[in-house]
Design a protein around this ligand. Structure first.
Ligand SMILES: [Zn+2]
Length: 483
């Protein structure tokens, strides 16, 4: 799928085809020759870099440091924590040869780094003075995904960050798991303008090897859930098999308490799905590589004046910290440029023609609602800053409203089955038993996505009985079909 033509399907007519076209035509990514993996193009990578920088800054501010881990993990490491190994085995790519020599031990291409990181933690951690140890890795991970692959959502190799920490106490590890989830939620809401429900995963859905997993679950416009971030409390499940011990202040040996957590480029997929429309991509200003594009509109006699005024405005905006691009290419018409920048989702466009210069004004077009605005030449910097903030705000409130409108509370399995086909989150009282979860999965294809921290506000009401088995309900759980 190439070509610079616009999106040829409507978002709500064929969501899947629409998504693939936006990814491709907006220049975010392309397919690689290997099934299930993608090539990220510069525009997509710039978005990833912005997200990465925002998160990295917050991780540094909270005392985390970066490191690098090799991609090859010996099988004996991966198999040290039994549940973890069994959980990941079906998805692991194995290296069995070095050149022409058969290896005596298979090497896994990192599906995640817990095992290799913790083998090293056991060397690096000796006493309480070495704790907490808080390391983050920006790398890629590989999972043998061959079914249902989708650019940025499910790929056999993907970019992510994985954080790994070790602490002196269970309490400290728990605080870390919550801190990280808060950081993720702040970024996903304030930068990506995506609303997500924070809560715990069930025993069945938690990270293999974790004591518990916290998650952020968002709902995509096609009614499917998308897990956008997870933070795991590993307890001592890894520190025992990997013998990560420290001498406490009384000179006694104790096992450390651990966490791991991650977000991936799936966040880019979420942005595309959530904000895009029939014209293409729509980027929240906070993560847009270009926040404002200026298109000088000129015929030959005015070209130099209009172009130079466009650059002048561009420089002023740049000085104010706004990411701006002046598109003064002569080989394209203004109309072509408008379509191009709308397809690429630039939040705000300035159209500047000879008449605007004469009248000391500028015309602006918001990408989120295609509204045309005018402001005086002198107030353009303040105006652009204000409108960008408004667009950011508008996108978040749209997704909040969408989420709210698409959570349905039910109290019986009959009601559940009658609406699950519509998509959306279903909030239901649940006994806490895995057998009910499994029955729901088998009969409807829906998973328990999240047990929300906060109930009420449309998320859940207390009922007496489990919607599925009618035994006493223990909590409210949110179910959905998911990516
Ligand atoms: Zn039940």
């Amino acid at each position: 799928m190439t070509g610079r033509s616009g999106i040829t399907v409507k978002k709500y007519v064929n969501f899947s085809e629409w998504y693939t076209q936006v990814i491709s035509k907006a220049g975010l990514a392309d397919y690689s020759p290997v099934k299930g993996s993608i090539v990220v193009r510069p525009y997509g990578y710039e978005i990833w870099n912005i997200i990465k920088n925002v998160l990295d800054t917050k991780l540094k501010e909270t005392g985390h440091q970066d490191g690098f881990m090799p991609i090859l993990i010996p099988e004996s490491f991966l198999s040290k924590e039994k549940n973890h190994f069994e959980g990941f085995t079906p998805e692991v790519f194995w290296v069995t040869k070095a050149g022409t020599t058969e290896l005596s031990e298979r090497l896994a291409l990192r599906p995640t780094s817990e095992t290799i990181v913790y083998a090293l933690f056991s060397k690096w951690i000796e006493s309480y003075r070495d704790l907490p140890m808080k390391i983050n890795f920006w790398n890629s991970a590989l999972r043998a995904e061959i079914k249902n692959t989708k650019p940025f959502i499910r790929n056999s190799e993907f970019l992510w960050q994985e954080g790994h920490t070790a602490h002196v106490s269970e309490k400290d590890a728990e605080a870390e798991v919550s801190l990280i989830l808060d950081i993720y939620q702040g970024i996903i809401e304030d930068y990506l303008a995506i609303s997500a429900i924070a809560g715990s995963k069930s025993e069945r859905e938690k990270f293999v090897g974790a004591v518990y997993t916290f998650t952020l679950e968002s709902l995509m416009p096609d009614g499917k859930a998308l897990q956008v971030a997870t933070s795991h409390n590993l307890g001592q499940n890894f520190s025992k098999p990997f013998e990560i011990r420290y001498l406490n202040e009384n000179n006694e040996l104790s096992y450390v308490w651990q966490t791991s957590w991650g977000v991936s480029w799936r966040l880019i997929g979420a942005i595309v799905m959530m904000h895009g429309d029939d014209k293409g991509l729509l980027l929240p200003p906070q993560i847009a590589p270009v926040q404002t594009v200026i298109v000088p509109i000129f015929r030959d006699d005015h070209a130099e004046v209009v172009k130079s005024r466009a650059h002048e405005i561009g420089d002023e905006l740049r000085k104010a910290g706004i990411r701006v691009l002046v598109d003064d290419r002569e080989e394209y018409t203004s109309g072509w440029k408008f379509n191009e920048w709308e397809l690429k989702g630039i939040p705000l466009r300035i159209n500047l023609g000879p008449r605007d210069i004469k009248e000391a004004q500028v015309e602006l077009v918001r990408r989120d609602n295609m509204q045309k605005l005018k402001t005086s030449r002198l107030s353009v910097v303040d105006f652009v800053s204000r409108i960008l903030a408004e667009i950011q705000e508008n996108l978040l409130s749209r997704t909040k409203e969408f989420l709210k409108q698409n959570i349905t509370m039910v109290d019986s399995f009959e009601a559940f089955k009658s609406i699950i086909g519509n998509g959306g989150f279903i909030s239901a009282p649940w006994c806490g038993d895995q057998s009910c979860e499994e029955q729901v999965k088998q009969e409807t294809g829906a998973d328990l996505r999240v047990i929300p921290f906060q109930e009420g506000d449309g998320i859940g009401t207390k009922f007496e009985a489990c919607f599925c088995c009618e035994r006493k309900a223990a909590k409210v759980a949110i179910f959905a079909r998911a990516y």
